[in-house]
Design a protein around this ligand. Sequence first.
Ligand SMILES: Cc1cc2nc3c(=O)[nH]c(=O)nc-3n(C[C@H](O)[C@H](O)[C@H](O)COP(=O)(O)OP(=O)(O)OC[C@H]3O[C@@H](n4cnc5c(N)ncnc54)[C@H](O)[C@@H]3O)c2cc1C
Length: 382
Amino acid sequence: MEQKPAELPVLIIGAEIQANIAYKVFEQDPTPKPRNARDWAIGCHWSSPILASLIGEEKWARIIETQTDPNVPTKEVDACPVINGKTGEIIRHVPLHSFYRVVRSRFRAFLAEDVDVAWGKKLVDVSYSSSDSSGEEDGGSSSSTVTAHFADGTSAAGRLLLGADSSNSRVRTLLLGPERARLHRLSIAATFINCSFPREQALYLRRTHPLVNLIVHPDGMMGMLAALDCADAARPETWRFAFYISWRTSPAEQDAEAAAGGRWGRRERLAQVKEKSRAFADPMRSAYAWMPDDLETVYYTPNGNWDPSMPDHKWDNHGGRITLVGDSAHPMTYHRGQGLNHAIDDAGHIVKLLARQWDKPLSAVVGAYEAEMRRGPARRCA
Ligand SMILES: Cc1cc2nc3c(=O)[nH]c(=O)nc-3n(C[C@H](O)[C@H](O)[C@H](O)COP(=O)(O)OP(=O)(O)OC[C@H]3O[C@@H](n4cnc5c(N)ncnc54)[C@H](O)[C@@H]3O)c2cc1C
């Protein structure tokens, strides 16, 4: 028997975040394992109480399993050093409350454990039930549905589709068109590294702070030296680190490099960032000097952001049947460690609204979520 629209699940495109409602998650990756071996640690701090309420007490009690150092419980207040990149001097310590530093790959597998995720489903298009004539006028009528169409030719119908499909969101492009949905390019790029070191070097790199060091360089560069995965406390040589240097480079310079194509492969990017690291004192200088010149886990990334509160960025949510959450709604750079926190905040809002206002039309529920979400990043990152 065909399901009534109100009984259909919420379709979530992208499997990084999730929520305790009747839903189904569709993820383009074939498995939870990281693509290209790329992984990073993420600081979940102000949003940690929201995450705890979303995943429930029993699961939250296991959050340490997902952390960079699962041997050391999270402190109530940690102090993260901010280092002058040029001199190596500690400028100050930033207090961080409930700083849960999670390994992205472990965190994703942990969240996906008891979730219905359809892996290998790349969203390519979205359609709406024919009962909807013009979206806004529909008011969320119970006969309205949304259908996600995937690259493999399959599709799935739901009552609401949440685009949680990253900073280059396909859902955002479908809602706004390529021009309005395009990331705002910034004059910043970075090269990220994942790397392990011999025992003594690994111990040395964790001496200032065991999890993360923020580094600002007076010549317009920034960096972070962070532990990624230190699960085996007794064998520092197995620890993995994830770090970056970011620098100023205009979109025109970025385009010129992209046009040069093969001249800017992994090797060249590694050589470029090693050269930049020579302007740094330790710990950055040694970290880059110690890594091999043929390291494969090197990831160059030009930066961009997109502000959902700009009038030109308002999308039609088709009577509350489709919206954006997380990086697809408000992509930002990683420098302030805020993206996941905002994604969890979005999930908290929408779950609360869906659970408490189940008798209201989806147009009202999604409208209330979008109003709050559009205020969020601007309010917290101002
Ligand atoms: C190095 C680094 C350090 C960071 N540190 C922090 C930090 O300390 N604190 C913090 O709060 N944030 C941090 N961030 C940001 C954080 O990682 C992101 O904000 C967060 O992962 C966003 O979650 P998301 O679910 O919205 O998107 P994503 O994590 O990008 O997940 C989106 C998912 O959607 C899938 N997808 C994409 N397109 C499709 C499609 N068409 N169909 C189906 N699936 C699709 C992708 O495969 C992906 O799995 C950091 C980011 C980086 C890169």
